[in-house]
Design a protein around this ligand. Structure first.
Ligand code: ADP
Ligand code: ADP
Length: 226
């Protein structure tokens, strides 16, 4: 993926200013910088989450597999399957654990046996299966915050994405849950291209391969995490 001269505006406010950089495949790219510097806006632009905000406008392009993701003709529903997203606050559906996974799969006309397999596979991939396999029909809200976050990751993985966007995925978690989610992210980078927003420099150093420093909408530095 390649970001070319990307600017994002909310009204007259240029929240992201002419950013150009690659997002390397099967690596973790971290965005860090002070609050309000445009990290989230940039992340949300990659799978067009900002489209829900009428006033967001884009300039420039995000090229992915030869396609500009900012093209008006892009089908954003398909885009969001391909490029999954996890937010700061764990937001599982207030439904049974299992339903959190199967809900997404409904769109695929999957049969029951395959559904159950997908539930197991996704929960295993999110390192949650052992903790929940005996309570798949319990409400997702009965899980701890860290488990809920791993469930949200499992829900995204069930759609078989290529890219995962993580917006401060551990900020709302206690240190132990946070460490588990970090370990999971490190495991997942074997299979996915990951872009993570964090305000935690140590976290960026622990898990990312590349780091982008933003300040006031500008990309001020991009390079190998060292
Ligand atoms: P960060 O993720 O680095 O904290 P954001 O991307 O959230 O930064 O914000 C960048 C700028 O865009 C800020 O000036 C913020 O006020 C503005 N902004 C963010 N979201 C919206 C929105 N939904 N509507 C209008 N302005 C927004
Ligand atoms: P196993 O057959 O023992 O599951 P794998 O080589 O398939 O061994 O997987 C090794 C680890 O990587 C397991 O924890 C598995 O859940 C995880 N894994 C495998 N494929 C994926 C994938 N596409 N996404 C995320 N995790 C995966």
């Amino acid at each position: 993926m390649e970001i070319n001269n990307l600017s994002v505006y909310y009204g007259d406010n240029e929240a992201v200013k002419q950013v150009s950089m690659p997002i390397k495949e099967n690596k973790v790219t971290a965005f860090i910088g002070p609050s309000g510097c445009g990290k989230s806006t940039l992340l949300r632009t990659i799978n067009r989450m900002n489209d829900q905000i009428d006033i967001a406008r884009y300039k420039g392009e995000i090229m992915y597999d030869g396609v500009n993701l900012l093209d008006k003709k892009i089908d954003v529903v398909s885009l969001r399957k391909e490029i999954g997203m996890v937010f700061q606050e764990p937001n599982p559906f207030p439904k049974p654990i299992k339903t959190n996974i199967t809900h997404a799969l409904k769109f695929y006309r999957t049969n029951k046996k395959d559904m159950n397999e997908m539930v197991e596979t996704s929960l295993k991939q999110a390192a949650l299966w052992e903790e929940v396999k005996d309570r798949l029909d319990s409400s997702a809200h009965s899980l701890s915050g860290g488990q809920q976050q791993r469930l949200c990751i499992a829900r995204a993985l069930a759609l078989k994405p290529q890219v995962l966007l993580l917006d401060e995925p551990t900020s709302a978690l206690d240190p132990i849950s946070s460490a588990k989610v970090e370990d999971l992210i490190i495991e997942l980078k074997k299979y996915y291209t990951i872009v993570i927003v964090t305000h935690n420099m140590e976290q960026a150093a622990r898990i990312s391969d590349y780091t982008s420093f933003m300040y006031n909408g500008d990309l001020i530095e991009y390079g190998d995490t060292s």
